[in-house]
Design a protein around this ligand. Sequence first.
Ligand SMILES: [Zn+2]
Length: 545
Amino acid sequence: MTREPAEPVRLDYLIKAGAIHSMTGETYRSVGLHGPEIVAVSPEPDGLDDLAGRATVLVDAGDLTVLPAFSDAHEHLMEASRNSLMVPVGRARSVAEFTGMVSDAARHAPPGEWILTSIDWHESNLAENRLPTLAELDEAAPDHPVLARRGGHLAVANSAALRAAGVDADAPDPPGGRIGRLPGGGRNGVLEGGAVYQVAAFAPKTSRADLAGALGMTSAAYAALGVGTIREAMINLDELLAYQDAWRRGLLSVRARPMIRVGAELTADEAIALIDGLGTASGFGDDWLRIWGLKFVMDGGVEGGALEQPYADDPANSGHLNWDPAAMTRVCIEAIGRGLKVGTHAAGDRAVRTLLDVYEGVVATTGELPPWTLVIEHALLSDPAQRERAVRGGFGITVQHALLWNMGSEMLDTWGPERTRRVNPLDEWLALGAALAAGTDIVRPFNPMTNVWGMVTRGTKSAGVQGPEHAIDVATALRLYTLGSAACNGEADRLGSIAPGKLADLVAYPLDPLTASPDDLAGLTPALTIVGGKPVHDPDKRLVR
Ligand SMILES: [Zn+2]
């Protein structure tokens, strides 16, 4: 099965492998690449030899199995890149290690310079299982403002940071926020909600050039794990410019499909004005950087997700909804009218139900929309009626087993065992014929094969196996993670499988994931990653001529 060009294409690379799985059912033994594309495949190892010229690099990889590179349908490459520029306290395993990293950073910075930590940490990973205190941060960096943000809603600041932000003992709490106090008066440095942003506003912004450089380094780390495309799940307009810098400088090792944030703090009119001013629509860009569309956030996560039934650990709490459905419906109709697709974070089942109301309201006005125009992000919890509505409405769903893998223990505590075991029931969605795309949402380079292992076993990091009845098979997991994501990005004709005319995004493993024991997948890492016909991970120098 070769393309028939007027003149024979001389291959840049001719790869012969033990197995080359197309993802559409075929298994080949050789694949030929020219420029950024796959131009020929053959079931025979020698079937493409005629297309090799003197300049062709012959890659003899009989020991490897080749798959399409992974396409992560929901991940935060920008946030992971920003984290890489901060003090990496996500690696600390005790308060002493945490404050040691802060004092290390302070020693290397002139007095008065802000010390900002990565936000990917949690006190449950520290031996003491508590936040570092203001006094500890003062001791670690007495002459530097320190802000240790944890996720999106909490931070610990030291005295210099509070001083720099003008927060004294009498400062009132900001709207939607709280500035923590010590029992005997004075500040304890803990900032919640709006107070995080009140203090963070005084810290310097990362420059666009630094962010672009970080996108380059971090995207290379994803590529080294076999990822070829990331649907970037939330950026602002400054960050879109940083993406364009990275793109212009040729720094990206993975393709990016950004979603632009439409914040729930906006009124409907303000949101429509933002959309109006974008001057771009879904699909604009090139094969490396292409606008996916807009991102809305309907509820919180494991903490704050809008649930139909109260939290297991707090009967008075059933989470929160961020958007008024009528307002959001109006904004979405305007977005669709301007050629923008919409993806909305909905974690809890009450958020999913409300989002279905919104999306059905949109379609009632716009008429039927192409698949993957209106997308539900996560749907961690859903009931059969909701799943049926989503499929009937033609709404795609991005699913992330990695969230259950990473936060299974927190889900058990806050949602209880019954709800935790039915998080993301991929088997139930597939039985209804749902359009699914797989990803991670884990905000750091994460091995896609660990995620595949999770979908196949329902295994987690520290909460054991949750809901084994919802497991799917390896071939299906791989398909959701390649062709499924390509469909979500509106480019199933260009990516997601191995066929002539498709982009040459390939990953190769030292064993065949389709026949290996699932437990061998959890730690399986690639021998080789190619994106757009370029080797982006080649530790054994197999693609060097
Ligand atoms: Zn996300």
